[in-house]
Design a protein around this ligand. Structure first.
Ligand SMILES: [Zn+2]
Length: 94
């Protein structure tokens, strides 16, 4: 699988570390019930198709990226610095 880094260009995925779901829920408030924490820490969607994810370019520029990847065929649909929000047009907002 290849990922395009907005700073370094097209690179093999082995240069990156997966950072998880970019659309992860907000952390529960202090004192929230255990069920809220279990949901936050362990439960994730497992979509088929476009999915917003965080990737860290560990062997490159060492920047966090926000990537939209098609989980069916691993095509990268969008890649940008993590500080930028994903825009319209890809069906993903995160
Ligand atoms: Zn990079």
């Amino acid at each position: 699988m290849l990922l395009t880094c907005p700073f370094c260009g097209l690179r093999d995925h082995a240069e990156y570390e997966y950072g998880g779901d970019a659309g992860a829920r907000m952390m529960p408030a202090d004192g929230a019930p255990a069920a809220g924490w279990i949901d936050h820490v362990y439960l994730r969607d497992n979509p088929r198709g476009a999915h917003a994810e965080l990737w860290f370019h560990a062997a490159g520029c060492q920047q966090w990226l926000r990537v939209v990847r098609d989980t069916f065929d691993n095509r990268v649909l969008d890649s940008r610095p993590a500080a930028e929000r994903l825009g319209d047009g890809n069906g993903i907002s995160a």
